[in-house]
Design a protein around this ligand. Structure first.
Ligand SMILES: Cc1ncc(COP(=O)(O)O)c(C=O)c1O
Length: 381
């Protein structure tokens, strides 16, 4: 059966020989033109028109009222958590099924992650797990905020991640967060082009974050974006990402501990060209996902499908194997034949720096970890 899968992936990717990457960037638009213009006008760094234009393009596409560009998605997450009110000693509830940056951004704020279980179908933070955790392990303080009973930590933020671009149950999570005074922040790093109902991923919570790393649907080389509908939070995020420098034509006054997190114009120029081809790239990715779905469904293998009522960008296609043994055999077989496949990230609570963090049973996260394999998902135009 593995050979049949490999040959189907090769046919679908139209690549009979050579190695097929998991997700390579596609440069088929005006990238060179915009980069040249950027160099010609001399604005390659943190000032210049390209960054603002890129921010506007992303805000327009996602429907976010404000977009603040950053050097990468991790920096965007760090600052989004800070402006959402995460302080040293706080706790942030997130999922164990994620890339390490999700937890690292929490730790950069001096807070600790609490890792809860993922939904088997959506692959992200389970509202049922959140409900159980809040009910059994948290109390509501006099200030209307939730506190984790055992550690005494305030639960400042809930940070779901839209795994492989599949939108999480934001309504279910929001309904639980609101009465507990917990701010919802979305790690939408993988989800540009994904919609929860009619709303773009990352625009439902108080803040959301995108990544434009080279392995994402579109790339700026390195880059990220903070999305929010709140003008004050956007202004604070902009201030913090630009070394907290007070505006003045020549003086240098920095009124807080800020960060040099602003996206350089040269990266924004690349992003502008990539935004112009986003729709055709998404259309191709959807067509690829539909072909994969038909193939895997016909063979009784679990293709991870976009949730009902949502539109996924299908950033990385995911298949659920029968068990760990079959997963490992398929990973070995496919990678040996030049078809890049990857298992799920190791669950975050096992990383040494997070080994002391609070978790629930993570039963479904472990189930997913044993079975899930990502398959080649990049497209070209
Ligand atoms: C879920 C998730 N969060 C955060 C990030 C961090 O983004 P970046 O690599 O741009 O720092 C990534 C990916 O790269 C990611 O997949």
């Amino acid at each position: 059966m593995f050979d049949e899968i490999i040959s189907f992936i090769r046919d679908t990717c139209r690549q009979k020989n050579g190695s097929i990457p998991l997700h390579a960037p596609t440069f088929s638009g005006r990238e060179k033109e915009y980069l040249t213009a950027c160099i010609d006008d001399g604005f390659v760094s943190s000032v210049g028109p390209a960054v603002e234009r890129f921010e506007r393009a992303v805000a327009d596409y996602t429907g976010a009222a404000h977009a603040v560009a950053t050097v990468n998605g991790t920096a965007a997450l760090h600052v989004a958590l800070l402006v959402a009110g995460v302080r040293p000693g706080d706790a942030v509830i997130t999922q164990a099924v994620s890339f390490v940056a999700t937890a690292n951004a929490i730790a950069y704020c001096g807070a600790r992650p609490i890792f809860l279980d993922s939904d088997r179908r959506r692959l992200g933070l389970s509202p049922a797990a959140l409900e159980e955790f809040l009910g059994e392990h948290c109390r509501l303080g006099d200030d209307g905020r939730a506190y984790h009973r055992a550690s005494g930590r305030r639960v400042a933020v809930c940070l779901p991640m839209h795994t492989f671009g599949h939108p999480q149950d934001l309504h279910g999570l929001q309904t639980l967060c609101e009465p507990h005074g917990i701010a919802l922040v979305e790690d939408a790093a993988e989800a540009l082009g994904s919609f929860y109902g009619r709303r773009h991923a990352g625009t439902v919570g108080r803040l959301g974050v995108l990544s434009f790393n080279g392995n994402k649907t579109i790339t700026t080389g390195g880059g990220g974006m903070i999305l929010t509908n709140d003008a004050e939070l956007a202004a604070e995020a902009r201030h913090l990402t630009t070394t907290a420098k007070r505006e003045h034509r020549w003086q240098y006054h920095h009124d807080r501990l800020g960060f040099n997190y602003r996206l350089p114009a040269i990266n924004a120029a690349l992003g502008l060209a990539q935004m112009e081809v986003l729709e055709p790239l998404l259309a191709k990715k959807r067509a690829r996902a539909a072909a994969y779905r038909d193939f895997f469904d016909a063979r009784g293998l679990g293709w991870v499908q976009e949730p009902d009522g949502c539109r996924s960008n299908y950033w990385l296609g995911a298949v659920l194997m029968a068990d760990r043994e079959q997963r490992d055999a398929f990973l070995a077989h496919s990678n040996a034949r030049g078809v890049t496949t990857r298992p799920l990230w190791g669950l975050l609570h096992r990383a040494p720096m997070y080994a002391d963090c609070v978790t629930d049973s993570l039963a479904d996260s472990r189930w997913l970890e044993e079975r899930l394999v990502n398959i080649p998902s990049g497209v070209s135009l």
